[in-house]
Each structure stands twice: as C-alpha cells, then as structure tokens.
Design a protein around this ligand. Structure first.
Ligand SMILES: Nc1ncnc2c1ncn2[C@@H]1O[C@H](COP(=O)(O)OP(=O)(O)OP(=O)(O)O)[C@@H](O)[C@H]1O
Length: 282
C-alpha cells in the first residue's frame, strides 16, 4: 500500500509497540511525520523508547498497532529489503554491525551482497574511506580496532549503501572529541546534500542543530516541533530526563537572578551578544 505524500521520509500513524503480548507498552500511540531532507533529533531519558522507535522505522521491529510509512510506502514483509536499503541505521554499539574481516571487506559487504559491479564497489568504498579518513586502516582486521575506530567503520558501511534516510542512534557515544566534531560536520554535509538525517542523542547541545525535535517520555511523544518552540518550553525536556542545551540553562539561571536577556539564544555567540546588549544599556 502506498501513501500519497511521498515527500514524507517517515510517517508514524497511531503506532504502539510492546515486545510481547504479556509485556508493557514501550511505544504508546505515537503520531509524527518527518519531511524528506529534514534533520530531526530524538531525545528522551534512558528506556524512553528511542532505539525501539528507530528499529520500527527501518522494519527491524513490526508495530504492534498502527502503521509506519517510509518514503510513502507502508512497511510490509514484501518491501522490508527495500525499506532497509532506504533507511540506514548506525547503532550505538559498532560490534553489532561489523560483518567483514578487514576494514575494506567490512565496508564492501553490503554492496557485495547486493551483487554490485566490482568497479562501483571499489569507487564507493574508496570514497567513504577518504570521507571518514579510514584509508590507513584499509587492510586491518576490524577486531583489532578501538571502539571509536570500529564505529567509523560501521558508519562507512552504512554510507556506502547510499541510504536516503540516515539514522545516527547515539553514534558518537564512542568517539573522541575530534571524531565527534568530524561526525557532526559529516551529518551537516549530508543534510546540506538533501539526505534526511535522524539523530538519537543524549547530548543536549545536539538539539540546537536540528530542524525539528521529537521528545520521548516513557514511550509517549511529549513534544514535536522546532527548536525555538521547544526552548520556550524547556521543562518538557526536564520532565523527559533530558537537560536543555547549556545556553538555555544559562539564560534561565540569569532570569532567576533577575536578569532578563532579550534576543535569541540558539548559540553561545548569540548568548554573548544578548549579554553584551544587556550590559551596554546598564
Ligand atoms: N529486546 C527487548 N525485549 C524486551 N524489552 C526490551 C527489548 N529492548 C528494549 N526493551 C525495553 O524497551 C524499553 C525501551 O528501550 P529502548 O532501548 O528503546 O530505550 P532508549 O530510549 O533507546 O534507551 P537508552 O537511552 O537507554 O538507549 C526499555 O524498558 C527496555 O528495557
């Protein structure tokens, strides 16, 4: 069955999920849409259902109730392979995604499985290796790499498949600051090129990069909207065991001390400008 609005990357319609008929509901009657090309960040406390939601999104789990559409198509058994090709997910633990012996073999695995031409495989693998600065590891056995290096290999293995929707499920959790910054710039690059980027994160600063944010609280969708709207209701984040970004906490702390800053505070630069304007008229 096909949904008419193919400009939507993902649509959840009244989706509920539980792992077995006897167990508790993990996802509770969730509705949302993600437009193609959007950057959506999903936050929420531990166990709030973020990874479960992602697994439903790429067909790894079937919703217990409701419907899920990816690029206009309802996820069904018959189109699972197609859906998984469209939605590339980079999970938190790279060991779950590593399949080849050497780095090069691991990255090429998905393409080989789908019988891509040898020249195409070589060109795509070379491209992602250079993008993620993995060339020096080309012939290394993956098991000899560090956690962070394995994570980069897992990311390469997804990017090489050219998915239209790329999900980063706490993908930076094993990366050092340098590689985290590289990953953020890669995500921005993918977003600029028109890919749909979905990020699951516990880092409050990531919220500010998103076009839109979904907040999960114990399996319910507590908020769906843009960053400025969420920042005006940052208690939604706190209720969902998630810290608001530093600039919001700082602005609030000043407010409690009687200092009310005007202007937006989407970045530290904007915050500094608002403080400058405040003290300039004192
Ligand atoms: N395979 C499973 N079988 C049964 N329950 C599960 C399974 N996987 C997850 N759960 C439960 O589902 C709930 C949501 O888990 P999920 O991993 O989706 O949360 P999360 O928001 O991604 O958490 P975190 O931030 O800690 O990674 C948790 O209570 C978890 O114990």
């Amino acid at each position: 069955m096909t949904d008419s609005s193919e400009s939507l990357a993902v649509r959840f319609e009244n989706v509920s999920f539980r792992y077995s008929e006897q167990s508790e509901w993990i996802i509770k009657d969730i509705n949302f849409s993600i437009t193609s090309g959007e950057w959506v960040t999903i936050v929420g406390g531990n166990g709030s259902g973020k990874s479960t939601l992602i697994k439903i999104m790429n067909g790894l789990l079937k919703p217990s109730l409701g419907r899920v559409y990816v690029l206009g198509e309802n996820i069904e058994m018959e189109n699972l392979l197609k859906i998984r090709k469209c939605v590339g997910v980079i999970f938190q633990n790279p060991d779950e995604q590593i399949v080849g012996i050497t780095v090069e073999e691991d990255i090429a695995f998905g393409l080989q499985n789908l019988m891509f031409q040898r020249n195409e495989i070589i060109s795509r693998v070379d491209h992602v290796m250079s993008l993620l600065k993995l060339e020096e590891f080309r012939n290394r056995p993956v098991r000899t790499l560090s956690g962070g290096q394995k994570q980069l290999v897992a990311i390469a293995g997804i990017l090489v498949m050219h998915p239209k929707i790329i999900v980063f499920d706490e993908a930076a959790s094993m990366l050092d600051p340098q590689n985290t910054a590289n990953l953020h710039s890669l995500m921005s690059d993918l977003h600029r090129k028109g890919f749909t980027v979905i990020q699951v994160t516990h880092d409050p600063e990531d919220i500010l990069r998103a076009d839109r944010v979904l907040v999960l609280n114990q399996g319910r969708l507590a908020f769906e909207g843009d960053v400025p709207t969420l920042m005006k209701q940052s208690e939604i984040l706190e209720d969902a065991h998630t810290l608001p970004p530093f600039v919001v906490r700082f602005k609030k702390a000043l407010y409690r001390r009687g200092i009310e800053l005007s202007g937006g505070c989407k970045s530290e630069k904007e915050l500094a400008k608002s403080i400058w304007e405040y003290i300039s008229v004192m």
